[in-house]
Design a protein around this ligand. Sequence first.
Ligand SMILES: [Zn+2]
Length: 175
Amino acid sequence: MFKYCPSCGSKNIVFERNKVFKCPDCGFSYYHNIAAATGCVIAAGDRIVLLVRGKEPCKGKLDLPGGFVDLGEGALEGLRREIREELGWTPPEEAEFTFFSSFANVYPYKNIVYNTCDLFFTLSAPGLSEKDLVLEEKEIAGAEFLRPDEIDLDRLAFDSTRRAVAAYRRYLKRP
Ligand SMILES: [Zn+2]
Protein backbone atom coordinates (compact mmCIF):
# COMPACT_ATOMS: atom_id res chain seq x y z
CA MET A 1 0.00 0.00 0.00
CA PHE A 2 2.85 2.42 0.82
CA LYS A 3 5.72 2.60 -1.70
CA TYR A 4 7.46 5.26 0.36
CA CYS A 5 7.55 5.94 4.08
CA PRO A 6 4.79 8.53 4.71
CA SER A 7 7.00 10.05 7.41
CA CYS A 8 10.48 10.37 5.85
CA GLY A 9 9.94 9.33 2.21
CA SER A 10 12.33 6.36 2.38
CA LYS A 11 11.86 3.55 -0.15
CA ASN A 12 12.88 0.99 2.44
CA ILE A 13 9.49 0.74 4.13
CA VAL A 14 8.36 -2.88 4.59
CA PHE A 15 5.05 -4.57 5.41
CA GLU A 16 5.53 -7.20 8.12
CA ARG A 17 3.37 -10.06 9.39
CA ASN A 18 0.55 -8.91 7.12
CA LYS A 19 -0.25 -6.10 9.52
CA VAL A 20 2.42 -3.50 10.13
CA PHE A 21 4.32 -1.06 7.92
CA LYS A 22 7.77 -0.33 9.30
CA CYS A 23 10.42 2.09 8.14
CA PRO A 24 13.97 1.07 9.11
CA ASP A 25 15.27 4.57 8.37
CA CYS A 26 13.12 6.71 10.69
CA GLY A 27 11.36 4.19 12.93
CA PHE A 28 7.89 4.95 11.57
CA SER A 29 5.42 2.15 12.16
CA TYR A 30 1.78 1.88 11.17
CA TYR A 31 -0.56 -1.00 11.99
CA HIS A 32 -2.95 -1.65 9.11
CA ASN A 33 -5.57 -3.16 11.42
CA ILE A 34 -8.73 -4.89 10.32
CA ALA A 35 -11.86 -2.77 10.19
CA ALA A 36 -15.08 -3.67 11.99
CA ALA A 37 -18.25 -4.01 9.94
CA THR A 38 -21.79 -5.14 10.58
CA GLY A 39 -24.57 -6.87 8.70
CA CYS A 40 -28.19 -7.36 9.68
CA VAL A 41 -30.77 -9.97 8.85
CA ILE A 42 -33.96 -7.94 9.07
CA ALA A 43 -36.78 -10.44 9.31
CA ALA A 44 -40.12 -9.20 8.03
CA GLY A 45 -42.31 -12.22 8.72
CA ASP A 46 -40.78 -15.20 6.91
CA ARG A 47 -38.78 -12.99 4.55
CA ILE A 48 -35.52 -11.11 5.02
CA VAL A 49 -34.35 -7.88 3.43
CA LEU A 50 -31.58 -8.10 0.84
CA LEU A 51 -30.21 -5.01 -0.86
CA VAL A 52 -28.96 -4.89 -4.45
CA ARG A 53 -25.56 -3.19 -4.40
CA GLY A 54 -25.51 -0.09 -6.57
CA LYS A 55 -21.74 0.35 -6.61
CA GLU A 56 -18.50 -1.59 -6.68
CA PRO A 57 -17.32 -3.87 -5.26
CA CYS A 58 -19.87 -6.50 -6.28
CA LYS A 59 -22.25 -4.06 -8.00
CA GLY A 60 -25.56 -5.80 -8.76
CA LYS A 61 -25.08 -8.51 -6.15
CA LEU A 62 -27.21 -8.92 -3.06
CA ASP A 63 -26.00 -7.83 0.35
CA LEU A 64 -27.36 -7.56 3.85
CA PRO A 65 -27.95 -4.05 5.20
CA GLY A 66 -24.95 -2.82 7.19
CA GLY A 67 -21.45 -1.54 6.59
CA PHE A 68 -18.28 -0.26 8.15
CA VAL A 69 -18.35 0.87 11.76
CA ASP A 70 -17.19 4.49 11.94
CA LEU A 71 -14.69 5.96 14.36
CA GLY A 72 -16.29 6.41 17.77
CA GLU A 73 -19.24 4.12 17.09
CA GLY A 74 -20.15 0.86 18.76
CA ALA A 75 -21.19 -1.95 16.42
CA LEU A 76 -24.91 -1.41 17.05
CA GLU A 77 -24.70 2.36 16.66
CA GLY A 78 -22.95 1.81 13.33
CA LEU A 79 -25.52 -0.74 12.27
CA ARG A 80 -28.47 1.50 13.19
CA ARG A 81 -26.87 4.34 11.20
CA GLU A 82 -26.27 2.11 8.16
CA ILE A 83 -29.85 0.85 8.24
CA ARG A 84 -31.15 4.43 8.38
CA GLU A 85 -28.87 5.51 5.53
CA GLU A 86 -29.35 2.52 3.26
CA LEU A 87 -33.02 1.78 3.83
CA GLY A 88 -34.32 5.21 4.81
CA TRP A 89 -36.03 3.40 7.67
CA THR A 90 -35.36 3.78 11.38
CA PRO A 91 -35.64 0.67 13.54
CA PRO A 92 -37.82 1.40 16.59
CA GLU A 93 -35.89 2.45 19.70
CA GLU A 94 -36.93 -0.71 21.51
CA ALA A 95 -35.94 -2.99 18.62
CA GLU A 96 -33.57 -5.69 19.79
CA PHE A 97 -30.60 -6.66 17.70
CA THR A 98 -29.45 -10.22 18.42
CA PHE A 99 -25.92 -11.24 17.58
CA PHE A 100 -25.77 -14.57 15.73
CA SER A 101 -22.41 -14.90 13.99
CA SER A 102 -19.18 -13.27 12.82
CA PHE A 103 -16.95 -13.86 9.82
CA ALA A 104 -13.86 -12.32 8.28
CA ASN A 105 -14.29 -10.54 4.97
CA VAL A 106 -12.15 -8.96 2.27
CA TYR A 107 -13.36 -5.69 0.75
CA PRO A 108 -11.39 -4.38 -2.23
CA TYR A 109 -12.02 -0.71 -2.89
CA LYS A 110 -10.10 1.53 -5.29
CA ASN A 111 -6.91 -0.56 -5.30
CA ILE A 112 -6.81 -1.05 -1.54
CA VAL A 113 -7.88 -4.26 0.11
CA TYR A 114 -9.61 -3.80 3.44
CA ASN A 115 -9.78 -6.78 5.73
CA THR A 116 -12.79 -6.70 7.98
CA CYS A 117 -14.29 -8.51 10.92
CA ASP A 118 -18.01 -8.65 10.12
CA LEU A 119 -20.51 -8.96 12.96
CA PHE A 120 -23.97 -10.24 12.05
CA PHE A 121 -27.17 -9.50 13.92
CA THR A 122 -30.84 -10.28 13.45
CA LEU A 123 -33.67 -7.84 13.91
CA SER A 124 -37.34 -8.69 13.85
CA ALA A 125 -39.42 -6.16 11.92
CA PRO A 126 -42.82 -7.71 11.38
CA GLY A 127 -44.89 -5.80 8.88
CA LEU A 128 -41.91 -4.08 7.26
CA SER A 129 -42.45 -3.90 3.50
CA GLU A 130 -40.90 -2.30 0.45
CA LYS A 131 -43.14 0.74 0.71
CA ASP A 132 -41.58 1.61 4.11
CA LEU A 133 -38.15 1.98 2.49
CA VAL A 134 -36.50 4.98 0.88
CA LEU A 135 -33.35 3.42 -0.54
CA GLU A 136 -30.08 5.31 -0.62
CA GLU A 137 -29.91 6.27 -4.28
CA LYS A 138 -26.17 6.28 -4.94
CA GLU A 139 -25.38 3.05 -3.12
CA ILE A 140 -28.43 0.82 -3.39
CA ALA A 141 -30.06 -0.31 -6.63
CA GLY A 142 -33.02 -2.13 -5.09
CA ALA A 143 -34.37 -4.24 -2.25
CA GLU A 144 -35.69 -7.78 -2.30
CA PHE A 145 -37.68 -9.51 0.41
CA LEU A 146 -36.74 -13.17 0.16
CA ARG A 147 -37.34 -16.31 2.16
CA PRO A 148 -33.97 -17.44 3.57
CA ASP A 149 -34.30 -20.88 1.98
CA GLU A 150 -34.93 -19.42 -1.50
CA ILE A 151 -31.86 -17.17 -1.58
CA ASP A 152 -29.38 -18.18 -4.27
CA LEU A 153 -26.05 -17.98 -2.44
CA ASP A 154 -24.29 -17.23 -5.75
CA ARG A 155 -26.14 -13.91 -5.95
CA LEU A 156 -24.66 -12.74 -2.64
CA ALA A 157 -21.92 -10.16 -2.73
CA PHE A 158 -19.32 -11.38 -0.28
CA ASP A 159 -17.97 -14.54 1.24
CA SER A 160 -18.98 -13.30 4.69
CA THR A 161 -22.55 -12.57 3.47
CA ARG A 162 -22.86 -16.11 2.08
CA ARG A 163 -21.61 -17.55 5.34
CA ALA A 164 -23.94 -15.29 7.32
CA VAL A 165 -27.02 -16.35 5.33
CA ALA A 166 -26.02 -20.01 5.77
CA ALA A 167 -25.52 -19.39 9.51
CA TYR A 168 -28.90 -17.67 9.69
CA ARG A 169 -30.58 -20.70 8.07
CA ARG A 170 -29.01 -22.86 10.78
CA TYR A 171 -30.05 -20.30 13.41
CA LEU A 172 -33.68 -20.61 12.26
CA LYS A 173 -33.52 -24.38 12.75
CA ARG A 174 -32.15 -24.12 16.27
CA PRO A 175 -34.21 -26.02 18.83
ZN1 LIG B 1 10.68 6.65 7.42
